[in-house]
Design a protein around this ligand. Sequence first.
Ligand SMILES: Cc1cc2nc3c(=O)[nH]c(=O)nc-3n(C[C@H](O)[C@H](O)[C@H](O)COP(=O)(O)O)c2cc1C
Length: 275
Amino acid sequence: MNEVIRQLAARRSVRAFEDRDIPGEVRAAILEAAAQAPTAGNQQLYTILDVTDPQLKARLAETCDHQPFIAQAPMVLIFLADVCKWLDAYREAGCEPRAPGAGDVMLAASDAAIAAQNAVTAAWSLGVGSCYIGDVMERCEEHREMLNLPPHVFPAAMLVLGYPTEQQARRPKPERFNMADIVCENVYRRKDGAALRRMFAGRCALRGYDAWMDAFCRRKYNSDFSREMTRSVEAYLRDYGLVRAEDGGEDGRPGARADSSAPGAPGVPERGPEA
Ligand SMILES: Cc1cc2nc3c(=O)[nH]c(=O)nc-3n(C[C@H](O)[C@H](O)[C@H](O)COP(=O)(O)O)c2cc1C
């Protein structure tokens, strides 16, 4: 195994940091590594916010689902999917850019996430740990105001970085699914119930599949933060005309729509053979 692959396997999220700064040259190397990531059409459809203001960090620790370690991180980066700057650049030249849409925001979000992951990998190679904070996608209205975000700028990823505490350095990395469960040859194969139960066997060993899955679904998927994330991202997507203002849940609550991906829903095939 070479050093790059060894480090990718060794990296894990770090949520507690030593009380020491990251030197300027190390911060610069992490940011430069982000900028060297592959990027669609070499456009760098992102802007990176280097959050240095302790008060802003403290506020983000609250608005990003009350995660206090955000405020304690020596380095906080927000990767904005930035379609706005290219629209502005086109207009500056007198072009008449078409209205941006779904493809544009997906491309910019991909660009932002790929740049963020380069930063994660570079940081780890320099002894700096990191953790993504997905909750930065929540609270659209508040984050727009706090971070001065214009239309067509969406916070796709946030990273907190710092030197891991001794305890964090020793923490085992959570296990991944078996490769056979995450790779399909050529075409997608939907897993049936037996295959799903096999896939999760390692994770559910103690509580059993049904109980473990029920608890996970309550905590992660049907949770308040997850519903808020969906509501908030839909608010950002209104810039692209992708979500009509009157679209709420069926009963008016965000995220309360019927599951249109369920087997039997229009256009969704029943589960096929497992493998
Ligand atoms: C998009 C994304 C969002 C995440 N959001 C959070 C978060 O808000 N809080 C947190 O503690 N960890 C967050 N994580 C870290 C994951 O929990 C972590 O990557 C996962 O449990 C696997 O562990 P590992 O990174 O140590 O391998 C996030 C990771 C990703 C990729």
